[in-house]
Design a protein around this ligand. Sequence first.
Ligand code: 5GP
Length: 199
Amino acid sequence: MKLLEERILSDGQVLGDEILKVDSFLTHQVDTKLMQAVGQRFADIYRTHNITKVVTIEASGIAPALYTADALDVPMVFAKKAKNLTLNEELLTTDVFSFTKQTTSTVSISRKFISPDDRILIVDDFLANGQASLGLIRLIEQVGASIEGIGIVIEKSFQEGRQSLIDKGFQVSSLARIDRFEAGHVVFAEADDASLDKK
Ligand code: 5GP
């Protein structure tokens, strides 16, 4: 998505060899107009999949997932890291290793929000090693709902996440794909939605 790539180039900060900081428009302060365009783009890609729910993981996935759900006119559900769900609720639970924090946390979704006949689009802000997406897949597979695809705002293609998801047979749609960081600058690979930019 050209608009997103331009914003990454103008406002993203490369930290070390592996991290891109985008806290001015995605992970802390959120540019709502850009997120609306992101949501619209995921909706355009998955329009024919009859998506019934968009699922993400708190916190930074919530903004793009919410706009995507709005554009598809379906609910958005986010997996919670905090254990503040009521104890009498039936929970889907798994452990996720956080790439940025280098810690493992337990994430949960209440079973009542995912049903076996759901057709789910997973959305997340970043794809690095795939642990967040694989965790969400494990939660959804406990119920047996269909996972129609994984929409990623920014994929770091030099890490293994994309390949792990593709190897498991999932469709991955990344709006920006970072091939590498070169002397502190971002070099893109062709995004999965590039053909939609040219229309
Ligand atoms: P994964 O689970 O694919 O290894 O990593 C994805 C998660 O880690 C995302 O949900 C995101 O919160 C975080 N993350 C991974 N790489 C980056 C990065 O380069 N920048 C930021 N801001 N977050 C990242």
